[in-house]
Design a protein around this ligand. Structure first.
Ligand code: MOS
Length: 729
């Protein structure tokens, strides 16, 4: 099914099941520990051996030689694979660093060997006995030092729309120079680690030349492609299975070394091999969100209207890598005739930089929305009113393109009302509650809405059960649940009669989970398959396909009613593809974040006290799972603002606080009551579901709202994230 005109009425619009706050159907499995993660699949194939990956001790250079003698004779060792005996390997186009290094080393902790042994402990112990003779080379690990060599780049990530490196509209420099009120500020954001619960892990099993991988992955079809490119084997010989994923946040959009090394280890050992990365390896062996240095120049007339807005961002990556697209929201969020954005990329020899939840907008909004707060203060304007005044209903770079739906103003207004914004004292440092200085902050939320082609198969079995099969993943987001709701609505059965099977490359190719496109796109694919099956059922029953209704387990048309069970076994498969509808109109998601923060007047300790997000993001398929997405994102935003920083050791080129004891993320005690409001919206341009993404929207802007609240509380404006105590006092 092709989607290239606004969706008219369809069965989803009944909203009997879709739109209901149904509990996650995988919830009990998750909390009881019976939803197996990749490493726990002890039962899927017998005789599993354990692999342990050895990472490079240098960040850049060459391996001169390995001494494997001690490791080979260590207890339990079955096989050791290095570049010397791995055979010819390819390089997946989508992945920057080689997943197995050697003889060249590209980054610290790059996988250079796998030891396969009877037990995990034996594999790990033997890996420590491998002696490596390195020729260490000079690397560049310091983003600041690399800035002079940074080059303008376009965004060519696998995440979505490409955008050129430097874009200018009007005459930014002249307008900025002339304007009476302006800010020119630099914000920095640090490197961040995904810190998902489940590390990358894989069980690899060969059957002749056929490879099966039980792994933890967001994008099954990309994984098949990349395994095929890495191991130089045909795609048809690769099966990827990932029904449950313990968090991804972008770290599992692409395969990592666990997949390739487990496959190589299994080939050498002639046995299935299981590998899990350690948390330390997650930090330095995989990917991270790269640090940014961002300069914001925003100028307004005295009436508060923006006349010039400029945003430059520099990040670093390995040779051939991509930038953190931190300027993208600045192209679309506010009006203003004179505009300039520029992204620059420096070559750094740190581990591979890549997507982490809301890549680009998450750190970009932390800078933009704090700078906007600074300009509103310069103007003596309320920051909510300033944002309302500078709203735009068209793409500022292409005024002929409207937003399909845009209710930023509604989010700001309703949020201000619900949060008690009127009580805010605009002068910082004025409000006290005992030892706490208390402040309020606001920020807009913005994230683009991407749609991805997505397929599914639907089957009815003559006994009332509807089964959906698709290679879509559920990374904790609720995919199982919203897919079941979609199928139930379309086929007229209760959710309890829908079986959802996900995460297997033998199923139709879906959108996968990424870029907050999964909920809308994957359900749209299920819609397409169900629409096809409905037509087939109608034809079989001799019903008119245009007036047939599926409800209450019945198929009805023209006064006749037939139980769905009477049609017997039938199935249909379809893929929803998108025409250029999304190119004619700009599709984005909007919100407003409100935060109350306390700063201890003596110690500088920061505590978030209240949080509210108001979101306008199309139809909400399930308010409970959507709310969970948003409060999870708000929590992640508190971490990014107040705690998270992967500290670079610029001598050795590694992240030195490489575990969750030293890389801090929020715990429950750090997070206060959170409220989420969804504005009533349906976007007929986005898909037949009329939904959009919310999974990343909740993260975009929340950090600036925290920072703005901290400033309002204590009067200290920290422009170097994270905002930690020593920067306050
Ligand atoms: Mo997200 S960073 O697209 O998983």
């Amino acid at each position: 099914m092709r989607f290239d005109q606004p969706a008219g009425t369809n069965p989803i619009d009944r909203m009997k099941v879709v739109g209901q706050p149904i509990d996650r159907i995988d919830g009990p499995l998750k909390v009881c520990g019976v939803a197996p993660y990749a490493y726990e699949r002890h039962d899927v194939v017998p005789n599993q051996a354990y692999g342990f990956i050895l990472g490079s001790a240098i960040a850049k250079g060459r391996i001169r030689s390995f001494d494997l003698a001690d490791a080979k004779s260590a207890p339990g060792v079955i096989a050791i694979v290095t570049h010397e005996n791995a055979g010819k390997l390819g390089k997946p186009k989508a992945i920057t660093a080689n997943l197995m290094g050697g003889p060249e080393v590209e980054h610290f902790d790059q996988a250079i060997a796998i030891v396969v042994a009877e037990t995990f402990e034996q594999a790990r112990a033997a890996a420590k006995l491998i002696r490596v003779d390195y020729a260490r080379a000079q690397g560049q690990f310091d983003l600041r030092a690399a800035i002079p060599s940074a080059k303008p780049v376009s965004d060519s990530s696998g995440e979505g729309s490409a955008s050129p490196g430097r874009i200018e509209i009007g005459d930014f420099d002249a307008a900025f120079a002339r304007a009476p009120v302006k800010v020119d500020v630099e914000y920095t954001t640090p490197d961040e680690s995904h810190a998902m619960m489940e590390p990358q892990a894989t069980i690899a099993a060969w059957d002749g030349d056929e490879l099966t991988l039980w792994t933890s992955n967001q994008m099954i079809n990309w994984a098949v492609r990349d395994v095929s490119q890495a191991l130089l084997i045909p795609r048809e010989k690769v099966r990827v299975i990932s029904p449950y994923v313990g968090g991804g946040f972008g770290s599992k959009l692409w395969i990592r070394s666990d997949v390739v090394m487990a496959a190589l280890g299994a080939r050498a050992a002639k046995r299935p091999v299981k590998v899990a990365l350690t948390r330390q390896q997650v930090f330095n062996n995989t990917t991270h969100r790269p640090a940014t240095v961002q300069r914001l120049r925003i100028a307004a007339n005295k009436d508060g209207r923006i006349v010039a807005i400029g945003h430059e961002s520099t990040s670093g990556d390995l040779p051939g890598g991509g930038p953190e697209t931190a300027t993208s929201q600045t192209r679309l969020l506010y009006a203003g005739a004179n505009r300039m954005v520029e992204m620059k990329l420096a070559v750094l020899d740190l581990p591979e930089a890549n997507a982490m939840r809301a890549p680009g907008e998450a750190p970009g909004m932390m800078a933009l929305e704090a700078a906007v707060d600074e300009l509103a203060e310069e103007l003596g304007m309320d920051p909510v009113e300033f944002r309302v005044l500078n709203d735009t209903q068209v793409d500022p770079e292409h005024p002929e393109r409207r937003f399909s739906e845009r209710n930023l103003i509604g989010c700001l207004r309703q949020g201000a009302e619900r949060f008690g914004w009127a009580k805010r004292n605009p002068k910082p440092g004025q409000v006290r509650d005992g030892r706490w200085l208390v402040g309020m902050g606001v920020a807009a939320a913005f994230r683009n809405n991407l749609t991805m082609r997505s397929g599914a198969r639907v089957a009815v079995d003559g006994r009332g059960i509807v089964t959906i099969s698709t290679d879509m993943t559920d990374i904790g987001t609720g995919s199982y649940t919203v897919i079941a709701q979609t199928a139930a609505e379309m086929m007229g059965v209760p959710v309890s009669q829908v079986v959802v099977r996900l995460g297997d490359s033998t199923f139709p190719v879906s959108s996968g989970s990424g870029g907050q496109w999964g909920g809308n796109s994957a359900t749209a694919g299920v819609y397409a398959a169900c629409a096809k099956l409905r037509d087939q059922v109608a034809a079989k029953l001799g019903f008119n396909a245009t007036d047939v209704e599926f409800a209450d387990g019945q198929v009805r048309s023209g006064g006749r009613s037939v139980p769905l069970t009477d049609v017997g076994e039938m199935s249909a498969e379809d893929t929803l593809t998108y025409g250029d509808l999304g190119k004619k109109q700009q599709q984005s998601t909007f919100g407003a974040h409100f935060v109350e923060a306390g700063v201890d007047a003596l110690t500088g300790e920061i505590r978030v006290r209240r949080m509210l997000a108001v979101c306008a993001a199309g139809r909400i398929l399930n308010p409970k799972t959507a709310r969970s997405q948003v409060i999870g994102a708000m929590t992640m935003g508190v971490g990014a603002t107040l705690m998270e920083e992967a500290v670079v050791d610029t001598r050795f080129g590694c992240f030195i606080n490489h575990d969750l004891a030293e890389y801090h993320v929020p715990v429950h005690a750090d997070i206060p009551h959170q409220e989420v409001i969804f504005l009533d919206e349906a976007d007929p341009q986005s898909s037949p579901m009329k939904a959009k993404g919310v999974g990343e929207l909740g993260l975009c802007g929340v950090g600036a709202a925290v920072a703005n609240a901290v400033y309002n509380a204590c009067g200290v404006r920290v422009r170097e994230y994270p905002i930690t105590v020593e920067k306050i006092i």
